[in-house]
Design a binder for this molecule. Structure first.
Ligand SMILES: Cc1cc2nc3c(=O)[nH]c(=O)nc-3n(C[C@H](O)[C@H](O)[C@H](O)COP(=O)(O)O)c2cc1C
Length: 274
């Protein structure tokens, strides 16, 4: 039996699954005309589930993306244009957090949402490192500051941002401007074989970031940790970043201390219509 199962009572042979398959591996059978996978299609199929999701009759199931695991879209939950525009524009980088731990179940839920982000060829190779111990998070921030001190001594240009000396000075004065005393840190990581690893995990983190406010949480991309993480072994080791995972990005997470009441303006887009 192939990967596809067709419910012949429901299938109307409309050919939508054939037209829609991104890998062009579904065809209509000769004779009875039901859809089938072309010979060898199993190796090419990227398990995207489009064939299951697009069938208006619920007639098609895929061995690896079974119909019963693909719930129908609930129309009442669809957002309109205004809602989508305000929702996206109101996302903010949160840098001040309540002194309150983030429940693991909430982080788990956010990662559950983030796993539906697109990945190149649907490889789904993004993995997660999660830190909820404030002492550990502070240790990571401290290692980033150690790296900044070293770089500022040797090659200030390599520090990445002109305000790095201020970050070091803030640390010395008792304020963590690297990870902002965040109660949680998540890092999305991807292995070498993920050809689009950095893009894949960036989109996953964006999903997580956008979903966070619905659980009362806020996030901030931790660029000041990412930069040293690229080269600084002690930080890599302290984070437990496995070898063979060249793609990574950390993100702070916690309950916001402040509420934003306005939507700040941004540059107008530079568009070239050709
Ligand atoms: C890739 C990336 C790295 C960032 N790194 C940091 C960082 O290390 N520290 C920080 O406070 N904000 C960081 N930010 C947040 C930006 O400063 C922020 O997105 C920008 O100022 C716009 O504000 P908004 O996110 O509230 O719209 C980062 C954002 C991105 C996208």
């Amino acid at each position: 039996m192939g990967l596809l199962t067709i419910d012949q009572e429901k299938c109307t042979k409309d050919g939508i699954c054939v037209s829609e398959c991104p890998r062009l591996i579904i065809r209509m059978q000769e004779g009875d005309g039901y859809p089938e996978m072309v010979p060898g299609g199993e190796e090419t199929c990227m398990l995207c589930g489009h064939c299951v999701a697009v069938c208006p009759h619920g007639a098609l199931s895929h061995a690896n993306v079974p119909l019963e695991d693909c719930p129908p879209i609930e129309k009442e939950l669809t957002v309109n244009h205004e809602q989508a525009a305000q929702f996206l524009r109101s996302r903010r980088s949160i840098r001040f957090y309540q002194d309150k731990p983030v429940e693991k179940a909430k982080i788990q839920r956010l990662i559950e949402i983030a796993r539906y982000a697109p990945t190149g060829s649907n490889t789904q190779l993004v993995e997660w490192l999660v830190f909820t111990d404030k002492a550990k998070i502070k240790e990571l921030a401290g290692l980033a500051v150690d790296w900044m001190r070293e770089v500022l001594k040797k090659d200030p240009q390599a520090a990445g941002a002109p305000y790095v000396p201020l970050v070091v000075a803030a640390w010395d004065a008792g304020y963590d401007a690297v990870l902002r005393n965040a109660p949680a840190l998540v890092a999305a990581i991807a292995p070498e074989e993920a050809r689009n690893g950095l893009v894949d995990l960036t989109i996953s983190l964006s999903y997580l970031e956008l979903a966070a406010p619905s659980l009362g949480l806020g996030t901030c991309w931790a660029g000041l940790l990412q930069h040293p993480l690229l080269t600084y072994r002690p930080l890599k080791e302290a984070m437990g970043l496995p070898d063979g995972y060249p793609y990574h990005y950390p993100m702070m997470l916690g309950y916001p201390k402040f509420k934003y009441l306005r939507l700040p303006e941004r540059k107008l887009p530079k568009i070239t219509w050709r």
